[in-house]
Ligand binder design. Structure first.
Ligand code: EPU
Length: 436
């Protein structure tokens, strides 16, 4: 498949699409299957590259993975597992950071685990210090090898009390996946409580785990000695829904997204309405549309749940280039998530970046020389350009910009978008976009 797409913009996206399960849940639920001694079934699984990556990582460890694309059902048999070496894990993981989350389950099932050098999107340092600290506290020994980190648990894994300095999604998942079968009780404070994490907790509970979540970001887990497989339907990908909604807004279009769930989108829907977009929540999805007239500028900051997701920021910024006045967006989750705005400026947008925290509160990045606040002045007509996409969300946002721009853009490096947007080429065509 070609790695670039030609987009002739200026046409409002119109029509219906379906969005399936959340990338950032499905990958973790597949890892959770490693904890079960009987097979698991995950439903509503999208056909995206990250699912292929996790499938191949599970297979590398001896699991049987059977994915039926049309129905979105994946069966995972982890009754027999084997260890794998770092080079093979790295080869199968590609740029994904998933291998780190295999550690807890593999330590429980096999007594050892390996973390190769990790990739992921280029959106900041993305360290793994929280993960390693948690694993070591549970009792894991970590040794640096030439090919990566080697973990063992010579005395087993035991429950811990832990407070996260920041409510990291991955670190919360790491703790959950390790604590459920660790001996004794684990208490986590300042946990991430994203809907994807709630769905992971529900999945683990189906497998036999005992987990209680309090209203104050604290989670308590009572370790169990045995877990079994699950049958679970993944929640919808709210990042993908938000991305297509922003595409509808930026192109003055009208898109019905089957599968979109209001309960996971509340903060996004408020912002969408404030900037002048309209939506109808229906039984089977949400219709997002531009009602005509001017879009309005807004000031917002990204945050952990229930705040405005960092992953919605990039698509929204493209729509804000079409809003009247000055918008301010303060990115507080990743220190370097505005790199994609260079391409927008080259297309005629007016986005200025600042090192200061331009929100109503200071964040961790304020005094650290990162350009993590953006001021967008609009509306600015966008014109076509040749763009090389930088990362998953930035890449999709470039696609939105090309769809909103006049003229024909060449967007290359789009393979990266397949990591998290199912069949996006077909969806573009279904929505009437002029793409080749
Ligand atoms: N952090 C650390 N140390 C760690 C881990 C995280 O300092 O050991 C910092 C990060 O550098 C970042 C912040 O904590 O500044 C938050 O990172 P978090 O751990 O919450 O993110 P993640 O688990 O690595 C997941 C999603 C991201 C999403 C974030 C925030 C997956 C596979 N990835 O990342 O999704 O942006 O949570 O919601 O679940 C994407 O889908 O494009 C994507 C980047």
């Amino acid at each position: 498949m070609s790695d670039s797409i030609r987009v002739t913009g200026g046409i409002g996206l119109r029509g219906e699409i379906t969005v399936r399960g959340a990338k950032n849940f499905v990958s973790k639920a597949m890892v959770a299957a490693l904890l079960g001694s009987t097979p698991s079934t995950l439903r509503n699984v999208p056909e995206i590259r990250d699912v292929k990556v996790v499938s191949s990582l599970l297979e590398l460890h001896g699991a049987g993975v059977d994915y039926d694309h049309p129905s979105g059902t994946i069966d995972i048999d982890t009754s027999t597992l084997v260890s794998a070496d770092a080079a093979h894990i790295a080869e199968h993981a590609g740029s994904s950071r998933i291998p780190i989350l295999l550690c807890g389950p593999l330590l429980h099932r096999l007594g050892e685990a390996v973390i190769p050098d990790l990739g992921g999107c280029r959106i900041g340092d993305r360290p793994i210090d929280f993960h390693l600290e948690i694993l070591q506290k549970f009792g894991a020994s970590v040794a640096q090898g030439a090919d990566g980190l080697h973990l063992t648990a010579p005395n087993g894994l035991h429950g811990i009390k832990h407070t996260l300095s920041y409510p990291s999604v991955g670190a919360t998942e790491q703790l959950l996946l390790t604590a459920v079968m660790a001996e004794g009780i684990t208490q986590l404070e300042n946990a991430a409580v994203e809907p994807e994490i709630k769905d992971l907790i529900d999945t683990l509970q189906k497998m036999g785990a005992i987990i209680s979540v309090d209203t104050d970001r604290s989670i308590t887990i009572e370790g169990v000695t045995r877990m079994h497989g699950y049958d679970h339907t993944a929640l919808t990908d709210r990042i993908e829904v938000g991305s297509w909604a922003c595409a509808a807004l930026a192109t003055r279009g009208d898109v019905l997204i089957h599968g979109a769930q209001q309960r996971t989108m509340g903060t996004f829907l408020n912002v969408f309405r404030k900037v002048g977009g309209e939506f109808d929540v229906r039984q089977d999805g949400i219709r997002f549309y531009h009602p005509g007239g001017d879009l309005r500028s807004i000031a917002l900051q990204t945050d952990v749940h229930p705040g405005f997701m960092t992953d919605w920021q990039q698509p929204l910024v493209v729509a804000l280039t079409q809003a009247k006045g000055l918008s301010i967006v303060h990115e507080t989750v990743y220190e370097q998530r505005f790199g994609f705005t260079n391409a927008l400026n080259a297309m005629g947008a007016h986005v200025q970046l600042f090192r200061e925290c331009l929100g109503d509160r200071a964040c961790r990045f304020g005094q650290r020389n990162f350009k993590h606040s953006a001021v967008i002045s609009g509306p600015t007509p966008l014109h076509a350009a040749n763009i090389e996409v930088p990362d998953l969300r930035g890449g999709f946002s470039h696609l939105i910009a090309a769809l909103a721009a006049s003229g024909t853009s060449n967007v290359s490096g789009i393979g990266i978008i397949d990591r998290g947007y199912e069949n996006f080429r077909d969806k573009l065509t279904a929505l009437g976009a002029n793409v080749e």
